[in-house]
Write a protein that binds this ligand. Structure first.
Ligand code: ZN
Length: 102
């Protein structure tokens, strides 16, 4: 397993994982529940990280990430079911999995 990306926040980390899964790359978010640990660990260590499960997928995952970072960001969308803020490119809510209304 290799670390691909340190995200600024949790929705961003989940967005990257969704992008990777769309092209068949298995990935996982770490530090998902570390937000409460501020004070004991340096702040940057609590940022959510995206890890690629298969080491061999890393170069391809990096390409997906690069392409995504060059895209203009879409306005975020709020989930009608749980109220969570989702990046505009999401089709389903990262928290509850319900489809997002356009
Ligand atoms: Zn939701």
């Amino acid at each position: 397993m290799l670390r691909l990306y340190t995200a600024g926040d949790l929705p961003e980390a989940h967005l990257v994982v969704q992008l990777l899964e769309r092209v068949g790359i298995a990935a996982q978010v770490f530090n998902e529940h570390a937000q409460g640990g501020l004070g004991e660990i340096p702040f940057t260590h609590t940022w959510p990280e995206v890890w690629v499960i298969e080491d061999a997928d890393l170069p391809r995952a990096q390409q997906v990430l690069d392409a995504w970072q060059r895209m203009p960001s879409a306005p975020s969308r709020r989930c009608h079911d749980c109220g969570e803020e989702n990046p505009g490119t999401f089709e389903t809510c990262w928290r509850c999995g319900r489809p997002l209304a356009p």
